[in-house]
Write a protein that binds this ligand. Structure first.
Ligand code: NAP
Ligand code: F7E
Length: 346
């Protein structure tokens, strides 16, 4: 039985990858950061009352090299997937140093712990780094492995650092380390402050009479949006391949935020223009205007291809968020509220 260790197990991708690895017979260990409120809702079906016997959670943090080292040394996993990060681009301007530490230096901490085990015991540990299309920033589309990086945020700078540390550990210490340069991927489990989920949540709440307007920033930004469930399959395949290298994971088609909103509102027979307003507080200090990935080489090498179309993705998200809004409406009518207030500028 293979063993995998995941950072970011409580996140969108962590939840889908955990399901995939458990289905394929892995023993899965996940690192959870301590929080004052529960943060395992995306994996509660696997670690709650009817816990999966092959899933174990451990406290840890990408800022805590001692805890990371101890875990890697004790578990000596076959594969480590580094999905943990301060992953919100806009927040990274507010928390630049923290983002550099967790999203950037966190990668080095894991790689050094792996190197230590490999050098002392000879045990090879395969490493996946969650690199990002944000690293391309203002470089013109389409973006592929040969495209130069031009990061446009503290988040993207931290990811570029993590990318090169991963390459460097592969080339210097012969660690089987891969970067997956993933373009945006979404799902009903997407965090509610990313634009797609912010839109589909609002669609549900507006339709159910719980919200009047949706405030957004730059409607013209274009993204290559895929489904997270499809993309974790690519991560897994990278670590099964005979050669350690880097990959681009994308659909090869891009749409604007405006188009996403238009289609999401149309699914519930609403005209998006009546509800969406532009608020400059959601603009970025430096915008990434157009991301469009070229996944051909990845499809050829790994035999991977995206399974979910743009419209299917939106439909699945709207359907889930309509259901959530229906339940919220029932609570609302009973004088209760499900809607949690955030900081509100993301
Ligand atoms: P996500 O939903 O925001 O999940 C991030 C995960 O990182 C959460 O489990 C979070 O824990 C954890 N985390 C945050 N700070 C941490 C720390 N200091 N120590 C340990 N763990 C920490 O992100 P995602 O969408 O699943 O993305 C997964 C990874 O892929 C991230 O590295 C992201 O930057 C990268 N990526 C994402 C996309 C995309 O479109 N989704 C594209 C390219 C790359 P809590 O649950 O406690 O917050
Ligand atoms: O923004 C625009 C915004 O926050 C997408 C992360 O997973 O993917 C994600 O980063 C676009 C941007 O994702 C709002 O300006 C308009 O152009 O959903 P997002 P992101 O910044 O692309 C990459 C690949 C990652 O690696 C990251 O971890 O939408 N936009 N209005 C808005 N964005 C937000 N969040 N909120 C708005 O109101």
């Amino acid at each position: 039985m293979k063993t995998a260790l995941l950072t970011g197990v409580t996140g969108q991708d962590g939840s889908y990858l955990t399901e995939l690895l458990l289905e394929r017979g892995y023993m899965v260990h996940g690192i959870v950061r301590r929080s004052s409120t529960f943060n395992t809702n995306r994996i509660d079906h696997l670690c709650g009352e009817e816990a999966h016997p092959h899933l174990t959670l451990h406290y840890g943090d990408l800022a805590d090299s001692i805890a990371l080292s101890r875990l890697i040394n004790t578990l000596q996993p076959d594969e480590v997937y580094n999905l943990g990060a301060q992953s919100h681009v806009k927040v990274s301007w507010d928390q630049a140093e923290y983002t550099a530490d967790v999203t950037g230096v966190g990668v080095l901490r894991l790689l050094e712990a792996i190197r230590d085990v490999q050098e002392r015991t000879g045990k090879g540990i395969r490493f996946y780094q969650a690199s990002s299309s944000e690293m391309y920033g203002s470089t013109a589309p389409p973006q592929g492995l040969a495209t130069p990086f031009h990061p446009r945020s503290p988040y993207a700078c931290a990811k570029v650092y993590g990318f090169w540390q991963t390459v460097n550990h592969r080339e210097s210490y012969d660690i089987f380390a891969c970067n997956g340069i993933l373009f945006n991927h979404e799902s009903p489990r997407r965090g509610e402050t990313f634009v797609t989920r912010k839109i589909t949540r609002a669609v549900g709440r507006i339709k159910m009479g719980l919200q009047k307007k949706l405030s957004l920033g730059n409607l013209e930004a274009r993204r290559d949006w895929g489904h997270a469930r499809d993309y974790v399959e690519a991560m897994y395949l990278m670590l099964q391949h005979e050669v350690a290298r880097d990959y681009v994971v994308a659909t090869g088609t891009a749409y604007s935020v405006r188009e996403f909103a238009q289609r999401a509102f149309a699914l519930v027979d609403l005209d998006w223009e009546e509800y969406v307003e532009v608020n400059p507080k959601f603009f970025r200090l430096a915008e990434v205007e157009h991301l469009l990935g070229d996944p051909q080489d990845t499809c050829d090498t790994l035999g991977w291809k995206p399974q979910t179309s743009f419209d299917q993705l939106i439909e699945e998200m709207v359907e889930t968020d309509m259901e959530m809004a229906r339940r919220e409406r029932v609570l609302h009518d009973a004088g209760l509220s499900l809607c949690l207030a955030g900081v509100g500028n993301e």
